[in-house]
Every structure is written in C-alpha cells, then in structure tokens.
Design a binder for this molecule. Structure first.
Ligand SMILES: CC(C)(COP(=O)(O)OP(=O)(O)OC[C@H]1O[C@@H](n2cnc3c(N)ncnc32)[C@H](O)[C@@H]1OP(=O)(O)O)[C@@H](O)C(=O)NCCC(=O)NCCS
Length: 306
C-alpha cells in the first residue's frame, strides 16, 4: 500500500508503514530506511558517527544518551544497504523560540554511498515523522563552508537561516572535519511551507537565484588566486540583497592549505555575522556559479523580502 502522510507526493519511489520506510530506486534495490529500535542498532549508528566524523571515543554520542533520547521521543533512523548500515539521521525534540519541534543533530552517510540521494531520503523520512506528530519545524546546524551540505540544505530541502554561530562546538574537536573551527549556520526547515513543498516537488529556483547573483557585488568573493576578498561590509549590508561566495570543496583546501581555509573561515564569518545582524536572511545557495566545481554562492535578502 502506498501512503502519502503529508499530502505531498514528492517521493513516488518511497513506501512506508508506521515502522519501516522502504526506498526502491532502480540503482539500489536493497536500500531500506527504518527506525533504529534496538540497542545493537543504536551501537552501529554510533560506530557510523565515529567513522564519518573520525571522532575520538570521548566525543561520540554515548550509547546511554542514544537509548534515553530514543525512549523520550527522538528519531533514530538508519539507511541499510542489505544488512549494512550506511546512513543515519538523529533528531531530538526541541523547544525553539517558544515552539516545540525537532532538532536534527546528526546526518551522516558513509563515503562509499554518498551522492546517491541517501542523505536527502533520510531528511524526507524525518519530515514525515515530524508531520505525523503535528510538528511543523525541524532545525539543525551545518558548516556554511561545505558546499555539498549547503546545496542539500538550501537547494534540495528549502531551509532558510537567520543565525550564524561562531565556534558552535568550540574552536576544534577531535574530528578532522572540525580543524577549521566549528562555525555553523542555524537553519530552519518549515516542513509544511509552500517553499519547502515546491522544493521537494523539484520546483526550479536556480534561474531566478542565478539571475539575482549575476547582478550582485558579493560580500565575499574569490579573487584571481582562490583567496577570499571582503569588500566594504558597511556598504554591502546597506543593500537589499547580498551574495557570499564559498569554494566548491573546502575539505580539499583544508587538507592542502589550512591557512587558506582559515582565511575563508574568517572572511565568511565576518560577512555572515554582519549581514545577519543587519536583518538579512540566508535564502538560497547555488553551487558552481562559475563553471564546474567553481565557487558556489549564497543569496541573502533583507528579512522583509523573504
Ligand atoms: C552531508 C551528507 C550527509 C550528504 O549525504 P549524501 O547521501 O551524499 O547526500 P545526497 O546524495 O542526498 O545529496 C548530496 C548532494 O550534494 C551534491 N554535491 C556533492 N558534492 C558537492 C559539492 N562539492 N558542492 C555542491 N554539491 C555537492 C550531490 O550532487 C547531491 O546533490 P544532487 O542530488 O542535487 O545532485 C554526507 O556528505 C556526509 O555524511 N557528510 C559528512 C557528515 C556531515 O557533514 N553531515 C551533515 C552535518 S549537517
């Protein structure tokens, strides 16, 4: 039986029962997304967390916390390729700006399975679960220098953001993904909004966003040799729209030239902080605005326009 619990038929290849959601794409016939509802399942999820972030044991979510949070209503979802757990999504109940919702703390897919839509599918199941409980909002944070995550979050899922937090988890953790500080954009996914509905149905936003970006002087932009340039911030934030460019693959830059990665961090931190404090909202992200694997750009607009 095919069920559409949220009224948006965005997933013709997804079937679910209250306990199990099964995706049947042509390329991965054995992929299943389901609840992680036993202690061995949760242990496997925590191993995956440790592997994906390369964490020391002390920084991995404790098993007892995972068990307790699940018992208290958190969603622990796993994507299985046959018997292998290849992706997880963990979201716990939250209270934000006086509203009850869910905060998604972990989304991870094993490198071997990335780029095949598993992260996206896990988010869709999170959304279904929240809507089924009458919850309209999921929040999470991500590193705004990571182009892949920016594309998934803004481009595919339709989040928006009005908050930038420097060093969210402290200046560094044991994860190699956190060597360049742990700054985060706090994003909100308004699950039942028209914007999100259109995005999940594949609504095309790029032509309009690219057109806007073409006419903007970026607040952070690439100079000729891959370094960030920060023009006059005060002038830029007096406009109605601004752009912030980021590299196509910050992970590569971190490995090859950490000081340059730090320059990108400082420039984008300054720009996001100034813009969001001046009433902008981060609204879109377009990857590769200048050719294949070139820079991507965020589009920010003054809140009244969103
Ligand atoms: C973020 C993560 C969960 C995504 O998982 P995934 O299964 O690869 O995600 P999907 O395949 O659903 O979507 C990835 C999208 O990014 C795109 N992408 C890949 N590399 C990219 C890049 N450098 N720049 C922009 N987009 C990129 C893919 O093409 C795909 O988009 P598309 O389907 O429109 O083509 C995974 O990369 C991961 O585990 N990363 C490490 C941990 C992490 O950062 N977690 C998230 C914290 S919020």
């Amino acid at each position: 039986m095919r069920i559409s619990p949220c009224g948006i038929n965005s997933r013709p290849d997804v079937y679910w029962t209250p306990k199990t959601l099964v995706r049947i794409p042509a390329s991965k016939p054995n992929l299943v997304i389901r609840e992680l509802d036993s202690i061995p399942d949760l242990l496997r999820a925590l191993h995956l967390e440790k592997d994906v972030w390369g964490l020391h044991d002390a920084d991995v979510t404790p098993l007892t916390t995972a068990i307790a949070s699940r018992a208290a209503g958190a969603f622990w979802l796993g994507a299985f390729d046959d018997a292998d757990l290849v992706g997880i999504a963990y979201a716990f109940p939250s209270l934000h700006n006086g509203r009850f919702g869910f905060h998604s703390h972990l989304l991870a897919v094993r490198p071997s399975h990335r780029g095949t839509g598993i992260g996206y599918r896990l988010k869709l199941v999170q959304r279904d679960r929240a809507l089924a409980l009458g919850v309209g909002e999921i929040t999470w944070t991500f590193d705004p220098l990571r182009s892949r995550n920016a594309h998934l979050n803004f481009g595919r899922l339709g989040v928006i953001s009005d908050k930038y937090i420097a060093d969210f988890y402290g200046p560094q953790t044991s994860s190699p993904l956190h060597v360049n500080s742990t700054d985060r954009l706090w994003v909100t996914w308004q699950l039942g909004s028209r914007r999100v509905g259109q995005r999940l149905q594949g609504g095309e936003f790029r032509p309009e966003a690219l057109d806007a970006l073409k006419h903007l002087e970026p607040l952070v932009r690439f100079n000729g040799d891959s370094r960030p340039v920060l023009p006059d911030v005060a002038t830029a934030v007096s406009r109605q729209r601004v752009a912030i460019e980021i590299p196509g693959d910050i992970g590569c830059i971190e490995q090859e030239n950490l000081p340059l990665a730090r320059e990108w961090r400082v420039a984008t931190r300054t720009a996001f902080t100034a813009a969001l404090e001046s009433g902008f909202i981060v609204k879109e992200f377009c990857r590769t605005i200048r050719g294949h694997q070139g820079p991507g750009a965020y589009l920010l607009e003054k809140a009244a326009e969103v």
